[in-house]
Write a protein that binds this ligand. Structure first.
Ligand code: ATP
Ligand code: MG
Length: 391
């Protein structure tokens, strides 16, 4: 047990607004705290040259820590200044989670108003930028590598859902949250972050609450957030990995724009194999690839109870369980945005923030490709953020 106020008292006496008001004994064992100065040095004063990206939570920098480790340093945006105690409580939970397929959180910085997360740096970027990105990537995603990535992601998510106690609902399974290490081992990032952001921060909570295209219908429409919503997101991602296509691409002919819809159509015609990424030039195990696509359909079934658990998914992917034993029905789709109440961005701005959870506006809706990064400009209001332990 470490006395929390002790940790900060050296800084507290210099300024009243740095008082963290944590007067009780608070167990911060296992949490590594970095000073702001150390992180500033690591990132060369948060130099734009070291900036590797920007997401809904804030900017991410690459930096070298004092111990020589290279880190991804995520500076949470100003609005996300949560109380120290709440922040550290969540950090403690995340810090204790270790799995080969989950990004390791090294620690955090909570000085003054700064809220910074320090993660293990992954060399090969995200699936959104490599496999699905329009930019350049030297990575050749062979079938073997894709299969390893699918199984790894499934294992990481099964761990969060079934091993961690209490279990964690990720809420934002998507290609940009799958990072690849030097050996192309996939690591799920951003788990446990939802609770770090105050629920009234509608803009940021959008990003936390999921990305259009990966959103399970019951979550998008009714705000029901359970592990089954993550499983839906995983199903979409699985199909993206096999096909090399983003879940939505309005540049394609009508009828082919929504990947899930297209997958269902080809499944019914028994032509799933036609969906496998052309970049593989036919060099893949067709039985396995079609099995993966069927698992993707199973994970995205409209009724949450028809979706398999993540541990079953792992077994189906590895062939220990027969996917054909289960009946596959039409997946749940929210490509029909009429199900949701769409508002213009302007209207959103003028309205109070506590609008209903199923309200969204997306300035990206008319863009030709809604990739895994769609959430970058989508604004969706969910007031169900604390509702995650319901199934
Ligand atoms: N541990 C890491 N190692 C290497 N790169 C990282 C790491 N974490 C994040 N990044 C990169 O930083 C960028 C921003 O990540 P961030 O998680 O903030 O946003 P995002 O995942 O793109 O979107 P969202 O905020 O919706 O999750 C991404 O392009 C990602 O590739
Ligand atoms: Mg992310």
């Amino acid at each position: 047990m470490t006395c929390f106020s002790f940790l900060f008292c050296r800084r507290d006496d210099s300024s009243k607004n740095q008082s963290f008001e944590v007067d009780e004994e608070f167990d911060v064992h296992n949490v590594k705290f970095y000073t702001y100065k150390e992180l500033r040095t690591a990132t060369e004063d948060f130099s734009p040259f070291n900036k590797i990206g920007e997401g809904g939570f804030g900017s991410v920098y690459k930096g070298r820590l004092k111990n020589g480790n290279i880190a991804a340093i995520k500076v949470l945006s100003a609005e996300s200044r949560q109380g120290v105690k709440e922040f550290v409580t969540e950090i403690k939970v995340i810090s204790e989670i270790e799995h080969e397929n989950l990004v390791k959180l090294y620690g955090c910085c909570v000085e003054d108003n700064h809220r910074i997360l320090v993660y293990n740096y992954l060399e090969n970027n995200s699936l959104a930028q490599t496999l699905l990105g329009s930019g350049h990537s030297n990575i050749q995603f062979s079938w073997k590598i894709r299969s390893k990535i699918c199984i790894g992601i499934a294992r990481g998510l099964a761990f969060l859902h079934e091993e961690v106690k209490p279990y964690i609902v990720h809420r934002d399974i998507k290609a940009s949250n799958i990072l690849l290490d030097r050996d192309l081992t996939p690591k799920i990032s951003d788990f446990g972050l939802a609770k770090l952001i105050p629920a009234n921060m509608t803009h940021v909570s959008t990003r936390v609450a999921g990305t259009i295209g990966y959103l399970a219908p019951e979550y998008a429409i009714r705000g029901q957030l359970t592990r089954k919503a993550d499983i839906y997101g995983f199903g979409v991602l699985l199909i993206e990995i096999v096909t090399g296509r983003c879940n939505t691409n309005t540049r394609l002919p009508v009828g082919e724009q929504y990947l899930l819809e297209r997958t269902w159509e080809l499944y019914e015609r028994r032509e799933l194999v036609a969906l496998v990424d052309d970049l593989l030039n036919g060099d893949f195990d067709a039985e396995e690839a079609c099995r993966y696509l069927k698992i993707g359909l199973l994970c995205t079934q409209d009724a949450p109870k028809l979706r398999p658990s993540m541990s079953s998914v792992v077994k189906m992917l590895t062939g220990e369980k027969d996917v054909n034993e289960r009946k596959i029905t039409k997946p749940g789709l929210i490509s029909d945005f009429m199900d949701l109440k769409v508002q213009s961005s302007d209207k959103m701005k003028s309205e109070p923030k506590n609008t209903s959870y199923n309200t969204f506006s997306s300035s990206d809706r008319d863009n030709s490709t809604m990739s895994s990064g769609t959430s970058a400009s989508a604004t969706m209001t969910f007031n169900t953020l604390s509702n995650d332990q319901s199934a």
